[in-house]
Design a protein. Sequence first.
Length: 160
Amino acid sequence: MDGKKTGFIGTVCKIPGCFNKVWPNKTIGFCSNHYSKYRNGLIDTNGDVLIRKKTCESCGVVFELMNKQNNIRFCPLCREGERKKVQIENYLGEYRREQKKERTPIIYEKERIVVQHRDKDAILVRKREMIDFRQSGMTLAEIGERMNISRQRVQQILNT
């Protein structure tokens, strides 16, 4: 018995018409190709093809899944209508409102929102006051207490 990737010597896959060597599981008797299909739930231990079925979330009808359709939620009759409904809900923000009720959805408007910036003159006056305090001998912490900001922020403003 040879345990290489090429298969076990003297063994044949138990699927009719397949003459590949058995690998990786000798007890099941499949070649590597049919073993992967068995592992993925596409065939049973006798080699019969399994029909995958799922229940529609909208109407409750049981329908067959085709190959590579793992995440289908609705039957072919409901699929188009449900897809449009989900798109409309997502566009209006309904989906986010149901998940997190404390937050409002982000709805984009055509108008541009302008953010008000602080007055440049007020910033320069404040910086000038800090420079004057520093030149008079005050520490950064004392300036910060007087201006209601931290010592580190005073240092950042004075070093710019």
